[in-house]
Design a protein around this ligand. Structure first.
Ligand SMILES: *Cc1c(COP(=O)(O)O)cnc(C)c1O
Length: 394
């Protein structure tokens, strides 16, 4: 860990002024360290660095200064003790689990999950003897009863994708502390600007950097953050198994963090504007946004999130046909699986991101046939509104 050269409790300053050491050229902006390995002065230097008796870089699967600056910033922004960068968000999710669990362990996971995370729990981890019970996010009183002697870890997303349901992280952290369980929170939808699960008691936070952290849809990456003790185990797993973040992407994300607060505030402004303009539209059965008065968990949202985020969902009255027709008539919004981009995007989860689930599994997480997920971008909000209105009117 490098020292923050200008100690501050303010997010914007931390995101900009946390930096790794500079080279003898004294670059103002961070350089990109495109190197796979590092030199030793002599045989004794190499021995001492390998033996951990002396600080020094060995190999970029272990460490790279471009990635270290990204991780250092995320550690400060999430209030963690330590962190590890990964090649993607899914590598962060998998690393957090594989680095801490063993065969025979049991996971409790909120039922509403990112599609690949759900596949990891339901089809991949069982092959290694790790089983998962899914719980209903909206029934917190039922959670304690699901803990078994083999349960080691609880995993949640909040707000969820795409339903935008919330989990009370303080309540869940308390329960996990009492039962001695590791609580892992995927904070990808909120970003460290809007929500800090570690400060609410979680043990580990995982992020995809691919979404809001990069914010412009340019590269894949992720990061795992938490206590020094847990991260030490996870770092060993990640270093030995190889999902290393490319230094170019580490550099990209470190620079992207410098504008995260500004971008997230604008994403939130634009999403709030659209939610208010569209909430009574006659073609919609429902519109979901965490900070809208009609959201069933709006009080919790305002307690644990700084603002409501950039995602909203539309429930079209006409179901599957209306959902597909709406997407086909959008002129500006991008039809793409990505989210958290400067460009507004629209997705139909039932036929794309969550198509591998059965109809019953989809309905259990309230992915109805007419649900459309909008990731509100940074275009002028009147233009986003105009495109949605014209596509709803055909
Ligand atoms: C995209 C996403 C992931 C996976 O991240 P990748 O970078 O695509 O591997 C995990 N969780 C959430 C909430 C996501 O949106």
């Amino acid at each position: 860990m490098h020292k923050n050269p200008y100690p501050s409790d303010n997010f914007e300053t931390q995101a900009i002024r946390t930096q790794s050491e500079r080279s003898p050229h004294r670059e103002h902006a961070a350089p990109i360290y495109m190197t796979s390995s590092y030199l030793f002065d002599d045989a004794e230097d190499a021995r001492a660095i390998f033996a951990n008796e002396k600080a020094g870089l060995i190999y970029s699967r272990y460490d790279n200064p471009s990635n270290d600056e990204f991780v250092d910033k995320m550690v400060v922004l999430e209030g963690a003790e330590d962190g590890v960068a990964t090649a993607s968000g899914m590598a962060a999710v998998y690393g957090a689990l594989a680095g801490t669990l063993s065969a025979g362990d049991h996971i409790l996971a909120g039922r509403s999950l990112f599609g690949s995370t759900y596949q990891l729990f339901s089809t991949i981890l069982p092959r290694f003897g790790i089983t998962t019970t899914f719980f209903d996010l909206l029934a917190p009183e039922s959670w304690e009863k699901l803990v078994t002697p083999a349960t080691r870890l609880v995993y949640v997303e909040t707000p969820t994708n795409p339903g935008l349901d919330l989990v009370d992280l303080e309540f869940l952290s308390q329960l996990c502390r009492e039962k001695n369980l590791i609580l892992v929170v995927d904070n990808g939808f909120a970003t460290p600007y809007l929500q800090n699960p570690l400060k609410l008691g979680a043990s580990l936070v995982v992020h995809t950097a691919t979404k809001y952290i990069d914010g412009q849809g340019r590269g894949l990456g992720g990061v795992i953050l938490g206590s020094a003790a847990l991260i030490e185990k996870i770092r060993f797993f990640v270093r030995q198994t190889g999902p290393a973040l490319s230094p170019f992407n580490g550099w990209l994300f470190s620079k992207s963090l410098e504008t995260l607060a500004v971008r997230m505030d604008r994403h939130c402004d634009n999403a709030e504007f659209l939610a208010n303009e569209l909430k009574n539209h006659k073609a919609l059965a429902a519109l979901t946004y965490p900070f809208l008065a009609s959201h069933p968990q709006v009080a919790l949202a305002k307690r644990q999130m700084r603002r409501g985020g950039g995602m909203l969902t539309l429930e079209l009255k006409g179901g599957l046909e209306a959902g597909r027709k709406f997407l086909d008539h959008l002129e500006m919004l991008s039809l793409t699986a990505n989210l958290g981009d400067s460009r507004s995007t629209a997705t139909h989860p039932a036929s794309t991101t969550h198509s591998k689930l059965s109809e019953a599994e989809r309905l259990a997480v309230r992915i109805t046939p007419g649900l459309v997920r909008i990731s509100v971008g940074l275009e002028h909000p009147q233009d986003v509104l105009r495109d949605i209105l014209q596509a709803l009117s055909v």
